[in-house]
Design a protein around this ligand. Structure first.
Ligand code: 4AD
Ligand code: MG
Length: 480
């Protein structure tokens, strides 16, 4: 039979009507004349209180209603006398769809540690915390498409299997249909990838950018939103082997236009969350506060989760060049507690995460965009500036997380691009398709990539990136 979602009952319009609800039991509580069941169907954080009068449901059925069991309940929506809710369901009939043996069901009605929940990632969607995170994640996916659609950007699906390593970091996962126990070999004794499925060596994409550029140089404003794969060696709280990236690419934009768009985009998403995910955010805000209570003062967040979202919604980001960033770091006094000890080498060194954290969390105390990086620490496709040493690149750094966006103006000049590729050992023959855009009707263009899970960490206040994606993939862990 047709069910009514709990969110629609709690929102109040069903008062007086008889409905069927289905969901999973969170708690059951016996009192003198009635039994209270808290039922959740994932449509909303709150549970529906189901009131069962003594004797109206058989003892046998009641006994099998335990935490985790799934139920179908028919009843009348009535005004609640209890404090916690405006309405509740007076049960007329209950069917247990699936029992959950309380001796074996791992989730108890209490707050479990995130480490424990990561071990039972297949059941954690049934907790308040992960319900909230997945509802917010959905809202953010929707808001991404809304933002770009409102601006007339086209969503382009770029390939998952590619023959290039856009970022040149050598972190690709190979794709092959060879039987690797006995792969075909060439005359030189090496594996012969010409005989592989695609007739060449292929890998999972690390970024949709290069293909996105092809589309932008025809359709002008496009964006991708797809999975990216990187064999990251660093086992940190902000790296996944499989993550999602949003990559807008815009013809006729320069770096400044791109920084403006990145800021507007992030602010739009944050405001959307504040407006549409109020209840889930309030829950996560409380969760973060409770978490902080067990921490030393200096490890606590400087603002509550909600305050930090509000702050980003209302304030411009700081913008400084790489060169200015190095100056600030050089002039900073190493922190007494050794939490920010700098090893700033000469101009040209890549910023380490401790440097980024110093700039964002100690110096500016707000999101920072660093731009005009040294050419030699950035990818081949970035446009060389007038000085010949720096490229028109930018990173957006966020408090508590670090880099959430990387972007740049692209090198649209054929000669400069091929020269750079040669210097970096990238074979032009492998990227003819890419170089063709520079050969025919090339145009200035720029873009950036927002790491969706890094952004979700900011929105939800979760410290570990494995907790903002339903099925995390990281070194040594690929459940399911
Ligand atoms: O800085 P990255 O490597 O830039 C690119 O891939 C460009 N092609 C983007 C572009 O200009 N279109 O990655 C962009 C963002 C990072 O800032 C980070 O937020 C996220 O992707 N990211 C990761 N997120 C989770 N796990 C990983 N292993 C990540 N690697 C990058
Ligand atoms: Mg980057």
């Amino acid at each position: 039979s047709k069910r009514t979602k709990i969110i629609d009952i709690l929102n109040g319009d069903q008062l007086g009507s008889t409905v069927v609800v289905k969901g999973w039991v969170r708690t059951k509580r016996d009192s003198k004349n009635v039994v209270f069941i808290a039922l959740n169907d994932g449509s909303v954080m709150r549970n529906l209180q189901i009131v069962v009068d003594n004797g109206s449901i058989s003892e046998e059925v009641l006994a099998s209603i335990t935490t985790g069991a799934s139920l179908s309940v028919t009843g009348e929506v009535i005004a609640s006398e209890g404090k916690g809710q405006a309405v509740e369901l007076s049960a007329q009939a209950i069917q247990v769809l699936g029992e959950a043996d309380p001796e074996k069901y791992p989730l108890q009605p209490k707050r479990h540690s995130l480490e424990f929940l990561r071990e039972i990632a297949h059941l954690r969607p049934r907790t308040n915390t992960f319900g909230a995170i997945y509802r917010i994640r959905h809202a953010m996916i929707f808001a991404v498409h809304q933002f770009f659609t409102n601006k007339g950007f086209l969503n382009i699906h770029t390939p998952i299997i590619t023959a290039s390593d856009a970022e040149g970091a050598g972190e690709t996962f190979m794709v092959t249909n060879f039987d690797m126990e006995k792969p075909p070999k060439g005359a030189d004794g090496q594996i012969d990838f010409n005989q592989d499925f695609f007739g060449k060596k292929t890998n999972l994409t690390v970024s949709g950018q290069l293909e996105g550029e092809l589309a932008a140089l025809a359709l002008s404003d496009i964006y991708t939103f797809g999975p990216c794969f990187r064999a990251e060696n660093s086992n940190t709280s902000r790296h996944l082997a499989e993550f999602w990236m949003i990559e807008p690419e815009m013809a006729f934009y320069d770096l400044k236009d791109t920084m403006d768009l990145a800021e507007e985009f992030v602010r739009y998403l944050v405001k959307y969350a504040l407006q549409h995910c109020e209840e889930d955010l309030a829950f996560l805000n409380k969760r973060a506060e409770d978490e902080d209570k067990n921490k030393k003062q200096e490890d606590r967040r400087p603002m509550s989760l909600l305050e930090s979202l509000q702050f980003v919604a209302e304030h411009d980001f700081e913008r400084i060049t790489y060169t200015e960033a190095i100056q600030i770091l050089r002039n900073s006094k190493p922190n007494k507690k050794k939490r920010f000890q700098f090893l700033i080498e000469d101009w040209g060194a890549d910023l380490q995460s401790e440097h980024e954290r110093y700039l964002v969390e100690k110096h500016f105390k707000k999101p920072v965009i660093i731009y005009d990086y040294p050419a030699n620490i950035k990818a081949f496709y970035m446009r060389v500036n007038e000085d010949g040493k720096t490229v028109a690149a930018m990173d957006v750094l966020f408090p508590g997380i670090g880099e959430i966006i990387g972007g740049s103006q692209r090198e649209e000049r054929y000669d400069q691009l091929t020269h750079k590729m040669e210097n970096m050992g990238i074979h032009a023959a492998d990227l003819q398709w890419y170089l063709d855009t520079r050969r025919f009707g090339t145009a200035p263009h720029s873009g950036f990539g927002l790491g969706f899970e890094r952004f979700m960490q900011f929105i939800t206040g979760m410290h570990n990136i494995r907790d903002v994606i339903p099925f995390p993939r990281a070194r040594g862990s690929a459940e399911f």
